[in-house]
Design a protein around this ligand. Structure first.
Ligand code: FA5
Ligand code: MG
Length: 447
């Protein structure tokens, strides 16, 4: 097996290409950024240029250059990258599913929210949570943005893509990450019999693994209900098939794991009911790896499939890769450091060998906040100023002045580079810049 690391001059993207594509797993290909992504994204005074298209800015625009640059990376299309390997492994546990993995990250608010039954005041739509190019155009926050379109075309499908969210900063959250969506539809009239037979056969062919312990105590309740339009037996069969398919996926993916704890918990999504999440115990904490449920019938009706019933799931590829490869920090996936990239071979999952950790540098910043202050806005400024050197951002103090009623917050930022030693001087400069930028951009008063 051999690797070739190359750099695309235009986009700066680094890819690993490999000749070892005769491995039995589907879809190992040479990384070729699509032509549209070869044009670097750009923000001008009145527009955003991405994928060769120009979008006018308006009062909702909040994408930053740092985020737009990530859209050119396409980690899920780089052979040997852990994200691409996991993608192929999971896809191989869903044979016969049509796999879409080339959709542009730029979608409409209709696709990302309206088509999926999000209410008009759903917090996910807020500018503090979502990256907008303008009022109507955004970076998708989940692969579900392609559900309606792909369900029209197919009854068994997977969608893998990069997604973007304004989120907190820590080892398992990053503003750009990768999801895989899966969906399967059945004839509502025959689903009970069809599913029973399939599950029985699959369980006989895939005996339980001693190393994986799965707990499911969830029940159908008024808080996590059946949809009125669904027949109870059909819904239960669909839900059984969903959980069975995902349990089987985990069993295959983690067949080498000696002690894996998995649990199912209730969840809520505007586009499924009932809904659940799967969590895996990782480094002593429950890590949420996916959300899923029985698809809202309105969506199937809009996809011109009123006689079908179906399930869908959306999983975080980084989260599964962290557990499988033992990768401790989500920022590593974006590393261009050869010490990271050279550890991986196409189709092969092996434990990550950490390279020396550089020393951290901790800095605090306190300020009085104006009304409407949101933590994600502060995290965004940190990301813009410090990039991936910001390892964690944590609010360590918050108080309201008894006389003036003004609110003050203190954030602790842990700076540490994944791939080099950062000098004290450099961090001091970053911290100074951060102090200036938060005042300029967020109208706070430093303390
Ligand atoms: C969704 O995005 C739903 N679209 C999933 C879904 C699809 C539900 C189809 C039902 C039917 P959620 O926001 O929980 O749900 O994200 C799904 C997964 O993405 C999470 O379980 C987690 O594994 C991953 N994830 C979420 N936020 C981040 C983040 N900031 N960084 C890395 N991974 C994340
Ligand atoms: Mg969730």
């Amino acid at each position: 097996m051999w690797h070739l690391i190359y750099t695309s001059k235009k986009s700066g993207a680094v890819g690993l290409s490999s000749r070892s594509d005769l491995t039995g797993f589907s879809l190992v290909r040479v990384y070729q950024p699509t032509e549209a992504l070869e044009v670097p994204p750009k923000i001008t005074t009145d527009s955003i240029i991405i994928g060769g298209k120009t979008y006018p800015k308006d009062d909702a625009t909040n994408v930053t250059t740092t985020i737009l640059e990530k859209t050119a990376r396409q980690l899920h299309l780089i052979p040997a990258h852990p994200i691409a390997t996991i993608k192929d492994r999971i896809a191989s546990t869903f044979p016969g599913f049509k796999h879409y993995d080339q959709f542009s990250p730029v979608v409409t608010t209709k696709e990302n929210f309206d088509d999926l039954c999000f209410s008009d005041d759903h917090p996910g739509r807020s500018v503090t949570d979502t990256y907008y190019l303008n009022n109507k155009i955004m970076l998708r926050t989940h692969t579900s943005a392609h559900q309606l379109q792909t369900l029209k075309e197919s009854d068994k499908l997977l969608v893998t893509a990069d997604v973007y969210r304004r989120d907190e900063i820590d080892a398992s959250h990053y503003p750009a990450f990768h999801q895989m969506e899966g969906a399967q539809l059945f004839d509502a009239k025959t689903v009970v019999a069809d599913v029973q037979k399939e599950i029985k056969e699959a369980l006989a062919a895939n005996p339980a693994s001693a190393g994986i312990q799965t707990t499911d105590t969830t029940l159908i309740t008024p808080e996590n209900p059946k949809q009125d339009c669904h027949d109870e037996a059909a819904m239960l069969a669909t839900a059984d098939h969903l959980k069975h398919s995902l349990n089987l996926m985990v069993r295959r993916l983690f067949s080498q794991e000696k002690n894996l704890q998995v649990r199912w918990i209730d969840a809520q999504f505007p586009f499924t009911s009932p809904s659940w999440e799967m969590e895996i115990l990782y480094q002593g904490k429950w890590l949420e790896v996916l959300g899923c449920g029985v698809i809202r019938q309105d969506i199937l009706n809009n996809a011109d499939k009123p006689d079908k019933i179906g399930w869908a799931f959306g999983l975080g590829l980084e989260r599964l890769a962290m557990v499988l490869y033992g990768i401790p920090d989500i920022r590593l996936f974006w590393s261009q450091d050869a010490r990271f990239l050279r550890q991986f071979e196409p189709s092969k999952i092996q434990k990550f060998k950490p390279f020396s950790k550089y020393s951290p540098c901790i800095k605090d910043i306190s300020f009085w906040v104006p009304e409407g202050f949101h933590e994600n806005n502060f995290c965004e400024v940190v990301r813009d100023v410090a990039g991936d050197i910001a390892e964690t951002v944590e609010m360590i103090d918050k108080f309201t002045h008894p006389k003036t009623n003004r609110q003050s917050v203190c954030f602790r930022i842990n700076y540490r580079s994944m791939d080099r030693n950062v000098t004290n001087n450099e961090i001091n400069e970053i911290q100074e810049k951060l102090r200036t930028e938060v005042v300029d951009r967020m109208k706070v008063e430093l303390r």
